[in-house]
Design a protein around this ligand. Sequence first.
Ligand SMILES: NC(=O)c1ccc[n+]([C@@H]2O[C@H](COP(=O)([O-])OP(=O)(O)OC[C@H]3O[C@@H](n4cnc5c(N)ncnc54)[C@H](OP(=O)(O)O)[C@@H]3O)[C@@H](O)[C@H]2O)c1
Length: 251
Amino acid sequence: MTTTLGLIGAGMIGSTVAHLAVAAGLDVVLSNTRSPDTLANLVTDLGEHAHAGTPADAARDGDLVVAAIPFNGYRLLPAAALAGKTVIDAMNYYPQRDGRIPELDANGLTSSQLVQQYLADSRVVKAFNSITYISLGNRARPAGDPDRSALPIAGDDTAAKAQVAALLDTLGYDAVDIGTLAESWRSEPNTPVYVQPYFAGEAPKGLDPEEEFRWHLTNPGVPVPADQIRKLTNTAVRGKAGGYLPGLETA
Ligand SMILES: NC(=O)c1ccc[n+]([C@@H]2O[C@H](COP(=O)([O-])OP(=O)(O)OC[C@H]3O[C@@H](n4cnc5c(N)ncnc54)[C@H](OP(=O)(O)O)[C@@H]3O)[C@@H](O)[C@H]2O)c1
């Protein structure tokens, strides 16, 4: 059972997961590249169940660890401290931000397979990558709530996936197992399950893509139950790897 969640990356997605974890009664250890001091406000905001440390501290102290950093930093994750741990990979490949990664552009490996190759002694499970941090914060509901949403998870280790599913349950989500890390492209950017299903309504006409995305972020959204996640991931067709961030130059 997870009682302490380690967070490597304490930005939009890391801090949202931390808020959900503390609300569910877990302890969290947050980390970033700068220093634990720079996380003081966030730690104060989260309360007595939150602490800040280095990425290696978060890796060592967490029963389970979330990697929520820009994808191009995955080789900076503290592999030795993460050995033997289940690591949730919340990262996505965005070439504009991360630079071009030939292995991914060739569609040979998924981004999570690359992370698993690097973290050879950890059990990598992809999760939290297919929902915006705002939807993730908004849509958590207790088990049995008719408005409960689900999130896809993928991984090569069955026990690790069970551990992650139990964490999601604690945080307010059902988990849908979509297969191995080789299958995790089904929840990557540009697939039907990615981000959009949790958005509600039509944005006003005349907005550019960045404004339209912002409009959706500020709207409350809709629940996406497990059956819908299953249908969307089953019908996905693999396309070009990598997402597109409106407002950034194209790589
Ligand atoms: N934002 C979303 O809605 C969302 C949703 C799903 C998935 N994701 C994915 O989640 C990842 C994080 O996205 P984000 O939006 O949360 O980014 P973000 O707000 O920019 O936060 C990134 C965090 O990672 C830290 N960081 C960067 N490199 C690090 C390293 N090598 N070791 C430890 N910490 C490091 C940063 O700390 P410093 O500032 O100290 O460098 C910062 O706390 C990305 O791969 C993204 O594609 C994002």
